[in-house]
Design a binder for this molecule. Structure first.
Ligand code: AMP
Length: 218
């Protein structure tokens, strides 16, 4: 069974690749960031609690994140295999994930790491535009990958494109700093455990996907 974690800096394309892999392996995928943005928009109690963290680009407290992920993984759809995008984000969350899985006799099968330099991540995030439809959230870039039919509308579903508040320079710097100090150590953590499948993120979407599939065949 494929139980996969996607790892990579913001802007590395891991969300896009997670969706492509989910289709390929017929498993479900979740982005914790997207899930949190939905809760914030819906104005739920959880949404109100996490909004200040997400707005600043800070990590949401571990207990909240783990509760949300555990609920998602308990659903029948995730029991046939899953792809996590945006979780775990530090060693404490990685250990919580291992425990969560062990409780149900499950383990992680692979960790896909999409490598990208900080400079390229900054360039990609600062021009990023995201489809406002939470079921879509397709990502565009004003210069590198603009929407073709209308620069302000999503090519896939026609919804409005927005500049995420945490894709503005202050929050981007904060998110990249947190990635460097908290999340990047997970690369070595999972390499040591023999789970890492590393690919170069500075290629086209199709090439990155091809590289990932090659790693799965190795
Ligand atoms: P993302 O869409 O992955 O960039 O996530 C957007 C924001 O959601 C992050 O900047 C955090 O505030 C929050 N978030 C998403 N996933 C996690 C996580 N695993 N742990 C803590 N906070 C998270």
């Amino acid at each position: 069974m494929r139980n996969i974690v996607m790892l990579g800096v913001q802007g590395s394309g891991k969300g896009t690749q997670a969706e492509m892999l989910a289709e390929k392996f017929s498993v479900s995928t979740v982005s914790t960031g997207r899930l949190f943005r939905s809760r914030i928009e819906e104005g739920t109690e959880l949404g109100r609690e996490i909004a200040p963290y997400v707005e600043r680009g800070d990590l949401v407290p571990k207990d909240i994140v783990c509760r949300v992920v555990a609920d998602w993984m308990d659903a029948p759809s995730a029991r046939k295999g899953f792809i996590l995008d945006g979780f775990p984000r530090n060693v404490a969350q990685a250990e919580a994930l291992t425990e969560m899985l062990a409780e149900n006799g499950r383990t992680l099968s692979d960790v896909v790491y999409i490598r990208l330099s900080d400079e390229e991540a900054m360039r990609r995030l600062s021009g990023r535009r995201v489809c406002a439809n939470r079921d879509c959230e397709t990502k565009f870039h004003v210069d590198l990958h603009p929407s073709k039919r209308d620069p302000n509308r999503c090519d896939r579903c026609g919804s409005e494109l927005v500049h995420r508040s945490d894709d503005r320079s202050e929050a981007i710097s904060r998110r990249l700093a947190i990635y460097g100090s908290e999340t990047k150590p997970l690369v070595e953590y999972y390499r040591e455990r023999g789970l890492l499948r590393e690919v170069d993120g500075e290629q086209s979407i199709a090439e990155v996907f091809k590289s990932i599939m090659e790693k799965f065949r190795e």
